[in-house]
Design a protein around this ligand. Structure first.
Ligand SMILES: Nc1ncnc2c1ncn2[C@@H]1O[C@H](COP(=O)(O)OP(=O)(O)OP(=O)(O)O)[C@@H](O)[C@H]1O
Ligand SMILES: Nc1ncnc2c1ncn2[C@@H]1O[C@H](COP(=O)(O)OP(=O)(O)OP(=O)(O)O)[C@@H](O)[C@H]1O
Ligand SMILES: [Mg+2]
Ligand SMILES: [Mg+2]
Lengths: 269, 269
């Protein structure tokens, strides 16, 4: 199953959710790939990976200069591989506008990965994966925009997970975002569905977080996950150590929340 | 003086700083214009302004379909005018790539405003403004990206104010951002300088905020403003009332911080 983590509102927890969901599901025994399609490369540095200026990353894959199979690498988390973002991806949006089949570049690249015998045999190191695809879960971290990079992720994905910060502005952008998902579903990717909305950085000591949560659940009762990720400084500290929170501080509230969220995501299927 | 509020990292306080700095300086008696160039239109809704789908906003100005003078309007704050973002600006980036003089569209639009007799005479209602330009300060809120909309703001501006969230990822993106400012300065706008970096959302009870602050001041000792904006829930609550924090809760820590920051920005000139 391929999930995009998308929301054009900035700083709502897309990267934090992508890293910690991917890591928790990998630690549960699944084979997982995390694709960092954000020019900021936060999902890459948050897992301790920084590309040298001449090393190919997701940008080169989108432009057809490199293949995804070639840039995938293991991380500190057993079972979790990463396709890192290159350091000079900032120009990707403008260069992609001129590319052929510009919305389908990431989808085509992922198809190479899922049918790669080389990656499958590496995955097959685990007996339960023998003969199957290399990954049972793929997560794509998106930049804070609804431009061509995010559209590529929405075309490549089967489901979208939307982190929603428990604050006023994050609620504002939902209509624009769900409108874009519908437009992509209608024109480019009929299989695309919204897996769910996950409330993040909720400081439940404040009225604001409670009000936003009630509002989100009122508008999207079915779609909103039960799990609410609390504001927890360990989640903000973990990336500076290049680790998901489940390795950095396994007993903190952030780890518990992402463990619960992973269970819900797997159950929704 | 024209300032852009820029940082491609999402959720670092660009909009909050743009609104509260503009409002505080307007309340000090200056004539101020806030331009919302972010498709999310957070600076607009944060001041209680929502455009109807067919109403022209900054998007139409960038595409040459409407002029800036025509979309500017007063706000709840005496002395502060707003140029709102239109609701369907999400397509702006892609459409701008094909426009003529695409990086200079906002700069040309602002030139019309600063030389507009109609706006100047409205401003002249205040005797101290008679005969001068309509605004002594213009702030441009940018989206979380380094694409064409932000480049337009960097070409239109004389100075850049960079909000830096007191967290790990926000520190990561500084090199990319300052590199983009240098590139715009070299190729498109030789007058552009960095006014300063302002630390935002600093929860000084955590080690992380202290570490990031020390790191930012070590790398950029001169550029970093003395004022640090603390994490303060009143700043997150104010936009849902369509008010800057100085009108929503004038005695809170958030108001104090933006008052101090406004003094520093005016002093740096
Ligand atoms: N639950 C949480 N509690 C505390 N801090 C958090 C939490 N989730 C994320 N953070 C921190 O908040 C900041 C924003 O989160 P993150 O970078 O994951 O958001 P994003 O949506 O990926 O941002 P962008 O839009 O820039 O891609 C980061 O510094 C991160 O470490
Ligand atoms: N000092 C602060 N204390 C508490 N909350 C804050 C503070 N500054 C901003 N916020 C809140 O944090 C969130 C992010 O801030 P804001 O939207 O201003 O950032 P931004 O950089 O403009 O985001 P984007 O990248 O999406 O444009 C908002 O919900 C805002 O209300
Ligand atoms: Mg991110
Ligand atoms: Mg903003």
């Amino acid at each position: 199953m391929i999930y995009a983590l998308a929301n054009q509102k900035g700083g709502v927890g897309k990267t934090t959710t992508a890293i910690n969901l991917a890591a928790t599901i990998a630690q549960a025994g699944e084979r997982v790939l995390l694709i960092d399609s954000d020019p900021q490369a936060n999902a890459s540095t948050g897992l301790g990976v920084r590309l040298a200026p001449d090393e190919p990353g997701v940008f080169e894959v989108l432009l057809g200069e490199s293949d995804l199979v070639g840039i995938v690498r293991p991380t500190e988390v057993p079972g979790l591989d990463l396709a890192p973002s290159s350091s000079h991806m900032a120009g990707a949006e403008v260069m992609l506008t001129r590319a052929d089949k510009r919305e389908f570049r990431l989808r085509a690249a992922i198809a190479q990965v899922t049918s790669s015998a080389a990656l499958a045999s590496r995955a097959a190191g685990k007996p339960e994966n023998a003969g199957g695809p290399p990954y049972s879960y793929i997560f794509i971290d998106c930049p804070p925009s609804l431009g061509l990079i995010t559209v590529n992720a929405l075309v490549a994905a089967q489901q979208v997970i939307v982190p929603v910060q428990a604050e006023y502005y994050a609620l504002e952008g939902m209509t624009q975002l769900l409108g874009t998902v519908e437009a992509v579903k209608a024109r480019l990717n009929p299989d695309l569905t919204v897996s769910g909305l996950v409330l993040t950085m909720a400081d439940l000591r404040t009225n604001l977080a409670g009000q936003v949560e009630a509002e989100v659940r009122r508008h999207f009762p079915e779609l909103t996950y039960k799990t609410v990720v609390p504001r927890n400084v360990r989640l903000a500290e973990a990336p500076s150590h290049g680790l998901p929170v489940s390795l950095f501080d396994p007993t903190c509230a952030g780890s518990d929340a992402y463990f619960d969220l992973a269970k819900e995501v797997i159950e929704r299927g």
